[in-house]
Design a protein around this ligand. Structure first.
Ligand SMILES: [Zn+2]
Length: 290
């Protein structure tokens, strides 16, 4: 397992997993760009074996000292699950109480028997103020975003694919954090590896849903002087940054990982490179005890 940490202090850890470590020696560990599931992945619902994902969850939980790892079943919507009651995590029956999760149904709870993974119902973001619980989202090109208010002790992990992004899931996530006492002026945001403008080629029907300053038209792209035959590219990272700004988080409080997943399919899972039935990169946040 290899984690890129954005933050690792007394209050909070924020990180994102990659398929394998960087470096010539470790590069020989068997991960290939062509094998959809080779490498580290905790995603339980995209076709990987549960034996593999269970082992990866346990490895991650140990590495970050998490009581459990919580992830939603993502559906490209805007639902945010709010976990603010530790009894939910001590009592699996309470995980079935949808009212406690802001209408997000729990499908499965597996805390017992040494499998420290809690699979939420359908949602595309998780917010919590519980310490020692890792929350995260699984992506392979979509934009994973973590938002923290360290002072309030409230954090969010949000999956922003293009559909969720244009439906303003970022604003929904920040609003849900506010319900637990967080304030945008204190928040910091982290955008983990995802598809960048270099590779996010889309049809006009998708491009037209974004503001023009987030779209690169064929005539503007290098090497195409004709303006025909090449599709537009969308800058999802720029759009998500603007959404964070609109939610009240200043640009100088936003950290963007430089890597494009599609450009690096050996280091990261990429749906465009591998298909949607593949492993996922996991971007998480955990509140520590300070
Ligand atoms: Zn790229």
């Amino acid at each position: 397992m290899d984690v890129d940490y954005f933050v690792r202090n007394d209050r909070v850890w924020v990180g994102t997993t990659s398929r394998k470590p960087v470096g010539a020696v470790k590069a020989c560990s068997g991960v290939t760009a062509e094998d959809s599931y080779s490498g580290f992945s905790v995603c339980t619902y995209t076709g990987d074996s549960s034996q593999h994902t269970d082992a990866c969850v346990e490895e991650l939980a140990r590495a970050i000292d998490a009581k459990c790892v919580v992830m939603p079943r993502q559906v490209h919507g805007t639902e945010i699950a709010v976990l603010d009651n530790s009894e939910m995590l001590d009592n699996s029956e309470m995980l079935d109480n949808s009212e406690m999760l802001d209408n997000c149904e729990m499908l499965e709870a597996r805390i017992a028997d040494g499998a420290p993974c809690v699979m939420l119902g359908e949602a595309d973001g998780v917010v919590t103020n519980l310490k020692g619980i890792a929350i995260g989202v699984n992506t392979a090109d979509c934009v994973p975003v973590v938002v923290t208010d360290e002072e309030a002790g409230v954090v969010a992990a949000i999956h922003a694919g293009w559909r969720g992004a244009v439906a303003h899931i970022i604003g929904e996530g920040v609003k849900a954090m506010g319900s637990l006492g967080a304030s945008p002026v204190r928040m910091k945001a982290y955008i983990a590896p995802c598809i960048h403008v270099c590779c996010f080629e889309v049809g006009e029907e998708v491009a037209s849903q974004f503001p023009e300053d987030c779209v690169v038209r064929p005539s503007e792209s290098a090497g195409d002087k004709t303006g025909s035959g090449i599709k537009p590219h969308v800058d999802l990272v720029k759009f998500v940054t603007k959404e964070l700004n609109a939610a009240g988080i200043a640009t100088d409080r936003i950290t963007i990982h430089p890597d494009c997943t599609r450009c690096n399919p050996v280091r990261y899972f990429s749906a465009r490179a591998l298909g949607i039935a593949s492993g996922r990169n996991f971007t998480f946040v955990i509140l520590k005890n300070q």
